[in-house]
Design a protein around this ligand. Structure first.
Ligand SMILES: [Fe+2]
Ligand SMILES: [Fe+2]
Length: 356
């Protein structure tokens, strides 16, 4: 046995006998080893411990951390490249409004087959009445309950395929038929991002498979619908920055699905975006408005949902959800938002009243 192996074997033997890593003094005394020889071979006693595998080499473990980090970085860069080539171009694939004056009809939180038929009929009625140049479906159009990581209520599990079918036929096709020439933007909400998260967590190699893409699943090409998704979907907490600004890029009207759930959610979104705009997500109507020293007034509206209110009873005893949608009137860098409330059984569009 050469002297190097002798030292390593002796240290391991002593560690087993003592049940712990011995001190340098104990090792030299109990094994009768020579300090100078040990230092000539290993440098220090700590390096002997590392050579014997009793304690990891910090440099080595730091290197392996770096390797892991760079592998993660490479995987992220790969996803980012795929995002930029496969998803980002869908943002404006079917045009981006460049008129000076136009109207945007916007709704949010349809939640697939939890869609309220009366609310949707009112939205289509408003589409025919206002003839908006732009329609925005501002997220949670899908529900993705069947593929979510939350515990499942057997009463609510429809197959994902059934849900996709419902969304295509009853939502996308019907709004496209109502407004054949309008620009339609589909902004991803947190429920759509469930699909992306599920793919990346379980089968990242499939995340960009064309047949599993939002565009392919929802036939967005057939309906000529833009998909608005930011690269934030690649982040661990995705979906926070899917948005589009209409009109002036710095002073225009901003639409996003929304992430703020506090009591003052409209104010929180206004603080984040500092633009006129609207969002969904909370299924609750609220307005926040401010005028600052620069002389500009900015107003943010949290719009109600389009899904059935009773769906909320799965989440809490008395859901405070409200239904509604809105029309943004944009003129150059100015914009105003008109909210259409669906108040229980009543809705008012144009000069007509509609009853559930
Ligand atoms: Fe929602
Ligand atoms: Fe949401």
């Amino acid at each position: 046995m050469d002297r190097r192996h002798f030292y390593v074997a002796s240290l391991k033997q002593l560690a087993i006998e003592m049940g712990l890593i011995p001190t340098r003094e104990d090792f030299l005394r109990l094994k009768g080893t020579n300090q100078t020889e040990m230092e000539n071979i290993f440098g220090t006693f700590t390096q002997l411990i590392q050579a014997s595998g009793l304690r990891p080499n910090r440099k080595a473990s730091y290197k392996s951390e770096l390797d892991k980090h760079s592998q993660k970085r490479e995987a992220y860069d790969l996803l980012l490249n795929k995002f930029k080539t496969d998803i980002e171009p869908l943002n404006h694939k079917y045009g981006h409004i460049d008129k000076q004056a136009f109207k945007i009809l916007v709704c949010s939180d349809l939640h697939a087959d939890y869609l309220d038929p009366f609310a949707w009929e009112m939205f289509l009625t408003a589409a025919r009445f206002y003839q908006p140049e732009v329609v925005v479906l501002a997220g949670d159009v899908l529900d993705c309950y069947a593929i979510s990581s939350y515990s499942k209520d057997p009463r609510r599990i429809n197959s994902f395929a059934t849900e996709i079918d419902f969304v295509k036929k009853n939502i996308l096709e019907s709004i496209r038929n109502a407004l054949p020439k309008a620009q339609i933007d589909f902004i991803l909400g947190n429920h759509e991002v469930r699909l992306w998260k599920m793919l990346v967590a379980n089968a990242p190699a499939l995340a960009f498979l064309p047949s599993l893409s939002y565009a392919e699943l929802l036939s967005l090409d057939a309906y000529k619908i833009n998909l608005v998704a930011s690269q934030s979907i690649l982040n661990p907490k995705p979906g926070s920055a899917n948005y589009k600004v209409y009109g002036d890029p710095k002073k225009g009207f901003c639409i996003t699905h929304g992430t703020k759930c506090s009591g003052q959610h409209a104010e929180a979104e206004l603080k984040t975006w500092n633009l006129n705009g609207c969002s969904g997500h909370v299924h609750h109507y609220q307005v926040a408005s401010k005028r600052d020293m620069s002389g500009g007034t900015k107003t943010w509206t949290s719009i109600g949902c389009m899904c059935r209110i009773e769906t909320g009873e799965d989440y809490c005893d008395f859901p405070k959800w409200q239904q509604g949608f809105g029309i943004a009137h944009v003129y150059k860098d100015q914009s105003q938002f008109e909210y259409v409330a669906i108040q229980d059984a009543l809705c008012h569009i144009g000069r007509r009243y509609y009853f559930r």
